[in-house]
Design a protein around this ligand. Sequence first.
Ligand code: SF4
Length: 737
Amino acid sequence: MSPSAATHCPYCALQCAMTLTSPKALTPAETPGSEPVVAAPAIQVPAADTLTPAAPLLDVSGRDFPTNRGGLCRKGWTSASLLNHPGRVIEPLLKGPDGVHRPISWDDALAFVTSAVKQTRALHGADAVGVFGGGGLTNEKAYQLGKFARLALGTSRIDYNGRFCMSSAAAAGMRAFGLDRGLPFPLADLDAASTILMLGSNVAETMPPFVQHLQGARDAGGLIVVDPRRSATAAFTSDGGGLHLQPLPGTDLALLLGLSHVVIHEGLADAGYIAARTTGYDSLARSVASYWPERVQSLTGVPAGLIRDTARRLADGATKGGSYILTGRGVEQHVDGTDTATAAINLSLLLGLPGSARSGYGTLTGQGNGQGGREHGQKADQLPGYRKITDPAARAHMAKVWDVPESLIPGPGVPAVELLKSLGQPDGVRCLFVHGANVAVSAPDANAVIAGLRSLDFLVVCDFFLSETAVEADLILPVTQWAEEEGTLTNLEGRVLRRRRALAPPPGVRSELWIMARLAEALDAPSTFSADPETVFEELRLASAGGLADYSGIDYAMLDRGDAAYWPYPAGSEGTPRLFLDSFAHADGRAVFTAVAPRRRASPSSPAAEPARRNRGGKPMTLITGRLLEHYQSGAQTRRVAALAEAQPEARLQLHPAAAAAQGIADGDLVSISNARGEVACRAALSTDIRPETVFLPFHFPELESANRLTEAATDPISGMPEFKFSTVWIRPAAAV
Ligand code: SF4
């Protein structure tokens, strides 16, 4: 075990580099590997804020790296406090008939799981066993989880929470470029840009060290942010002379069509690039012809002058230091998210940005391994190497790597929302494994998801805390945290990074690789499963060879040397920091314009928006959701960090003063937010930073403050992405409820 470890933050996809050091030599009693951190005969679910934190076992310091340049945000600085958190699960816990979780041995825990799987398969078939994975799992875990589901469990029903995160942008990237890598260029390329258009992303809160890469464009007056709120990132534009476009929620696609219209009709398009490197221009041009700025203003609420100004700045920037278009979840988490990301790519292609050495289009991956998590086979429709599970050549390749008959590899499963809707249903999933996800808080229509979890015959959750999903589990298997394990992750640039172990886990804790290996053995899986991360990575290299996401030229030794490793990295190559410089990944080498159009979306005040709403008065508003500086994803980790919980202890509803006044709501009042799916309550935070018909609620909080009890499980027909960023809700003072 190293006294200090050079590793990366456990949270977001920026994967800031950090060094972990022991503040002092640990005595045996203090070493987490020698003593249980908590020993209790029976575990009642503790409230996150009722536990007294111990002093962190490790010091965290920022380390110089191209993405963070030594910087960390407050989430990263405080991450070590979770290693010896008193609420950590350190033994397998089995729920008794009284609903209380009690410790059991690992042998008994694995026997319970094995028995549950065998019984479910015998009674209902292999597809009655389901697996829900996570975008924070290491590459090794994500790879092994896909193999475990298909070969050890024999099920096609595997998907993961990245479906809620990157699926729309991924589908759009595949459609346009034939390849999906979040940023097809190093993040540092942004530094020299003249113009950056950022749509639906608030990096100043979600990944603050990112902001240094926007500084150059911002100082040049070229930073343009599209967000219905004046977010911290939108506010960053103001001093530099940049722009903030504040569209109505759900109208980003129309806005992008308007920008493309201006580019074409003002002669700003790069005709040479379009002729040489793309297909489908004529159809695209026809599709945007009717989106002139004044019409788009009426659809989006963005002034026509700003639309023209934005298009001109993008075109001008492309002839100077470069222009970049970046999208985030705000524009992607919609039922037309794939088409919206496609419209952003179309705009970038018109301007000749993708595949240029100093311009481009990219999407900002959110979860820590949101990029790698979608490449190695934990998606319902995918095999390792970013291969399609329906492709005969891909199936034959994987059958060879796994040394199994091809017939043993199941076909495609169902996307995450569909999988969750099937929980406990007659033809659905009856026994569910959850790894690295907290669906009770993070999935849309969370009340229905919780009911689904409760209807399962058996739920096993691998976690290190009693998350809201783990609380529902029949069995909780305690797993290692980031500082206790080796592995790799792939950051938002497509760069593969080493995660390194700084201390041993508590003795009752195991890695997910170990759990999968033991269960695979107990279930007589037809292939071998290793508990050693490097061995699994070596297999992943073979599995990925020849695929879109080819890791075959990457190994631990080169990552340990600090070599930059951007995939595709076939053996014998030097990797690919910048994609598409010579050609795109479609067979003809060209990028594809796809004509897209907005689908009709019911306005918040339309009865069609909420046919079964709770008609108890109040005003219909559009709810958008998002993140806060202090919290990450479902908050299962960050709500347990004392300093972060102190800074942001609760959800607050951001509400425009005019809308609040109409309801008799004052700042700090308790308000009810409801629709057909549920009702939550929290305090109002009045602000002119949000549009008057729109409200914002962070999604990090559970139970009565859970934003996803209000979001809808309607999905994008191409990507399966839920409609997180457009829900009709009714707001009223809580006293009136
Ligand atoms: Fe961690 Fe992301 Fe914060 Fe960096 S920006 S310290 S990776 S949470």
